[in-house]
Design a protein around this ligand. Structure first.
Ligand code: PHE
Ligand code: ZN
Length: 853
């Protein structure tokens, strides 16, 4: 049995809290092993709330004393909280508790990261700090006093006082406890200012450890651009005098939107040309924007309960995607987002962990910070915007901010602002929030010539496969963006959005001179799997002529998948037409280099495994690995001349800049190098590695050398150069595992776990090695089963230390049902071994039992 008998929480059981909180005062007397937290909280009965005992959450707290209206009380304390008789009217609660940040390795609540104090309260970490109604619908203004000799003492809101050994912060905006934050340490700041549209002067700081000052400029610039963008696009201004960001080395996730005090995993904010890749820069820009945007979508308007998580996350992801598109390229960003959606969310939605965008039950909420809630949640908003149009979308958002500012809301509130703005009935659309699984849309078409032009008919049919707990599915509202091309390549029907709402529906296009070639699901207008027979010729035609950049890319993708699937099945494959089309695309100088780089990237191994599984086959990871390798060699051999030219032409002169243009050129150059390395024995990669003055080119060269098994010297040099930079060393650890040849991956990962720098309690380092192995599909699924066992051993070891990260990493096994009986047998054995671990956390227990179910 797990330590605390796991309880399932249901959306249907929601009831408001018995009391409201008028004001919170907290005092922290910081000490590593024994921090005292004094709370003074004014409560008042919630009008019309269901009667019930007064209950405050609290876990792992040592209660020193408690008082109500000044009189000592003795509450009844359990492992999850306390109950206490309280007066009928308003009252003041005071408590003093002791906690131990030093021994808090779960990184939830108040903990220490290399001598710095910091907090993580989302979702339910505040209850490890003091007794409180730790639920998002209880919102209150906070005042915080921190007592410590450390030089920098931060909390939410505005600074309202400080002296020798103390500082006080006041946050006037009512907030739920999950947005509370505190930081104390020997930190230095990179400071700047921003003036809001209405003239408010805001002080901006990025706080880091001494030595990291030179890695703040880019994050600061991204922050200012985010602030300006939210004013221009959503009319949202910042609402405090200061905005602080802190970089923390030990952090379970990417970053956290605490009011006025965002806390970031250092990997999600620190950047310099020498230590960060172009991809790092782009990710950092997106995460800074995401956390900043939460100030309105999440903080000013928050979630009523954790089932509504997508209310803030789906919307904020959608907003950060829009932002990145505006900053860089919409076409490229859309392709990247779809790659990520298919790679992570489709994988989840098509396996044992599938759940609705708004789940209806959970055991541990930390297990629901998923690609479905975040990425599919964002897709749902994109569909809504497409259906109502841009103007109505922004009107509905204005209404949302107007109507719900200061509230804790639901998906119903969210959809209602769209209904009120547009007069539309969104009850069918709402199924996107309730129904799990990736819909399949089958397309059949008909052409009938006629005297006044012919009629082209698209027959669409939708089905959603069963998912855990949801055997039967209902039809969804699917916006299908379609354009038609004439056989000579002209666009005869520009993009229009078909509203596909029935199980089966026909859409007609009349008056056409000849049978058109359809471009369906332009811009990936809905998160579905399109099933349509398409010839290699037609794909090549769309690749050459489609005006929609997403579908142009998608056509090439489809061709690549055909080639790979057929090769794996031992059938003749359209390799020649694929290589021709790829050549034409790569050579087309009218196309953005970043786009060409994406086109040159072949489907990932895991993507191919899912594709094969979807078509009814049992994927063999080694076959996929070899087929990809073979195709890459073919491309290298046949396109060597062009690739060599691209490699030379795309060299970026001048100092490194992480903008879209330069990084696009570097990514096309890297794509070329990755093929060329297969035919030049690594000559170019070695030269590039030796001469690189930025991490993008250094790491790019290193990956190519690893890919051909010729990286020993480079790895050693890289380590010598970067041994004192933890973030760069994470790359060193991760890359060797994720790019190891299949039969050596487990051995390599195991060796790295014995390395002197393998600090397994640091989530970034653990993820680099153990997560890196899971990201090497052929290595992870090596028929010996060695990787399964190694990952399981480490999950068992990490679980008591950090359940949240352990549970998250257990998703390495979520695809196990795709594979053959031998592999399934070995995985089952390991999962059962994990499940049987005495004292296994609630987090991991829930995940493993869902994966095994
Ligand atoms: N709310 C954070 C975000 O989306 C993610 C997060 C969740 C971070 C839980 C920490 C813990 O930006
Ligand atoms: Zn978020």
């Amino acid at each position: 049995m797990p330590q605390d008998a796991a309880q399932t929480i249901y959306l249907a059981d929601y009831a408001p809290f018995t009391h409201t909180v008028e004001q919170v005062h907290l005092t922290f007397r910081l000490a590593p092993g024994a921090t005292r937290v004094l709370s003074r909280i004014s409560f008042a009965p919630t009008p019309n709330a269901p009667a019930g005992p007064f209950f405050l959450h609290g876990e792992q707290l040592n209660l020193i004393s408690a008082r109500i209206d000044g009189a000592p009380v003795t509450p009844e304390v359990t492992a999850t909280g306390l109950t206490c008789p309280v007066p009928d009217g308003p009252f003041t609660w005071e408590a003093e508790v002791e906690i131990s940040p030093e021994t808090n390795t779960a990184l939830e609540g108040l903990y220490m990261s290399r001598s710095m104090y910091c907090t993580q309260c989302e979702a339910e970490g505040f209850r490890k700090i003091t007794f409180y109604p730790d639920r998002p619908d209880v919102m209150a203004p906070f005042t915080v006093r921190i007592e410590s000799d450390l030089p920098v003492l931060l909390s939410n809101g505005n600074p309202t006082g400080n002296g020798d050994g103390w500082a006080e912060w006041t946050d006037p905006w009512p907030k739920p406890a999950y947005l509370f934050a505190l930081v104390a340490g020997e930190l230095v700041n990179h400071a700047d200012r921003f003036t809001t549209a209405s003239g408010r002067d805001v002080e901006l700081n990025i706080w880091v450890r001494p030595g990291d000052e030179h890695k703040c400029a880019f994050g600061m610039d991204a922050l200012k651009r985010s602030m300006q963008w939210d004013e221009e696009v959503y009319g949202r201004e910042y609402d405090l005098d200061v905005f602080n960001i802190v970089a923390v080395d030990d952090f379970n996730m990417g970053a956290m939107e605490n009011k006025g005090l965002n806390i970031f995993n250092s990997s999600a904010v620190l950047a310099s040309p020498e230590t960060s890749t172009d991809a790092n820069f782009e990710r950092i820009e997106g995460i800074i924007a995401h956390e900043y945007f939460h100030n309105w979508t999440g903080n000013r308007i928050t979630c009523r309960d954790w089932f509504q998580l997508c209310l803030k996350e789906g919307l904020t992801v959608f907003r950060d995607q829009q932002f990145t598109g505006d900053m860089r390229s919409h076409a490229v960003k859309r392709i990247e987002d779809v790659l990520m959606l298919r790679g992570r969310q489709f994988r989840e939605d098509n396996g044992p962990l599938a759940h609705p965008v708004r789940p209806e039950s959970f055991v541990e909420i930390n297990n629901f910070y998923t690609a479905t809630v975040y990425e599919k949640g964002a897709e749902v908003i994109g569909m809504l915007k497409r259906l109502v149009g841009d103007d109505a979308y922004y009107q509905a958002l204005d209404l949302y901010f107007d109507r719900h500012d200061g509230q804790a809301c639901t998906i119903e509130d969210w959809l209602k602002v769209f209904e009120d703005t547009t007069g539309r009935d969104l009850s069918q659309f709402k199924r996107w929030y309730a129904q799990a699984g990736t819909p399949r849309v089958r397309v059949d078409e008909a052409w009938s010539p006629g005297p006044k032009g012919g009629t082209y008919t698209l027959h669409l049919r939708q089905t959603t496969p069963p998912t855990p707990g949801q055997p039967d599915k209902e039809p969804l509202v699917i916006p299908v963006a379609v354009g038609l091309l004439s056989p000579n390549g002209d666009e005869v029907v520009p993009t229009q959005v078909l509203e596909f709402t029935e199980v089966s529906q026909a859409f007609k296009f009349e008056g056409l001179a000849s049978r058109p070639v359809p471009s369906i699901l332009r811009g990936f207008s809905a998160p579905v799997i399109l099933e349509r027979q398409s010839s290699a010729d037609e794909r090549a035609f769309l690749l050459a002529h489609d005006t929609d950049p997403f579908n142009k890319w998608e056509a090439g993708r489809g061709l690549a998948k055909d080639v790979l699937s057929r090769t794996i099945a031992g059938k003749p494959a359209p390799t020649a037409s694929f290589v021709d089309a790829l050549h034409a695309m790569a050579a087309d100088t009218r196309l953005d280099p970043a786009f060409r780089a994406l086109a040159l990237r072949l489907p990932a191994q895991d993507d191919m495994a899912q594709t094969l599984f979807d078509s009814g086959l049992t994927p063999d990871p080694l076959q996929i690995y070899s087929a990809l390798r073979h195709l890459r060699e073919t491309i290298a051999a046949q396109m060597g001349g062009l690739l060599a030219d691209l490699y030379d032409e795309m060299a970026v002169p001048g100092p490194y800049r992480p903008d879209a243009e330069d990084s696009g050129r570097r990514s096309l150059r890297q794509a070329a190098l990755s093929y060329l390395t297969l035919i030049d024995g690594g000559a170019r990669a070695r030269t590039q590695f030796a001469g690189a003055d930025n991490m993008t080119e250094q790491l790019g060269a290193l990956s190519c050398l690893l890919d051909i098994g010729a990286a020993d010297t480079a790895l050693a040099d890289f380590r010598t150069q970067w041994q004192n930079d933890r973030l760069v060393m994470d790359k060193w650890f991760g890359l060797q595992v994720s790019l190891a040849p299949p039969d050596t991956a487990a051995v390599r990962a195991n060796a790295l776990t014995e390395d002197r720098d393998f600090d397994w309690k640091n989530p970034n380092r653990f993820r680099a090695v153990i997560g890196g192995l899971a990201m090497n599909p052929a290595g992870f699924h090596d028929p010996s089963g060695a990787s399964y066992a190694l990952v399981t051993d480490w999950l068992i070891r990490l679980d008591p230390v950090n359940p949240q990260t352990t549970a998250r990493m257990s998703t390495a096994f979520e695809t196990w049902k795709r594979y053959d009986a031998d592999r399934q047998g070995m995985i089952r054995e390991n999962l059962e071994r994990l499940a049987a671990t005495p004292g296994l956390s609630r987090d991991t227990t829930e995940m493993v039992s869902r994966i095994l179910a």
